[in-house]
Design a binder for this molecule. Structure first.
Ligand code: FES
Length: 105
């Protein structure tokens, strides 16, 4: 679990007293808190959400409330979801590069 002072976009002011949920983002295992959105899960662990499809840049969401469409990611199920309005569930596998396929198991 990351804490304040690390290099990531979001910083928790305090660790919530919630159940820990395990997920994977781009094959990297993460532990987050129940109720966290995918965007919170990713940005509490790194600086950006996904590569920008039109330039050599990165995106981190913009509105954080489901309106701007800047935070689309894929789930292992093939579903495309907004990271800012999708809660992480146990075992969820997320791909942040929309052109990327999950590795065969
Ligand atoms: S950050 Fe705007 S829709 Fe998700």
């Amino acid at each position: 679990m990351r804490v304040m002072g690390m290099v990531h976009q979001f910083q928790r002011l305090q660790l919530p007293a919630r159940e820990v949920v395990r997920c994977a983002v781009d094959d990297m295992p993460l532990e987050v808190f129940a109720g966290d959105t995918v965007l919170t899960a990713v940005l509490t662990h790194r600086r950006n959400l996904r590569p920008f499809e039109f330039a050599d840049a990165a995106r981190a969401g913009f509105c954080l409330m489901g309106a701007c469409q800047d935070c689309w990611v894929h789930l292992e199920t093939g579903e495309r979801v907004r990271a800012c309005s999708t809660q992480v569930v146990e075992g969820m596998r997320i791909a942040t590069n929309l052109g990327r396929c999950f590795h065969a198991k």
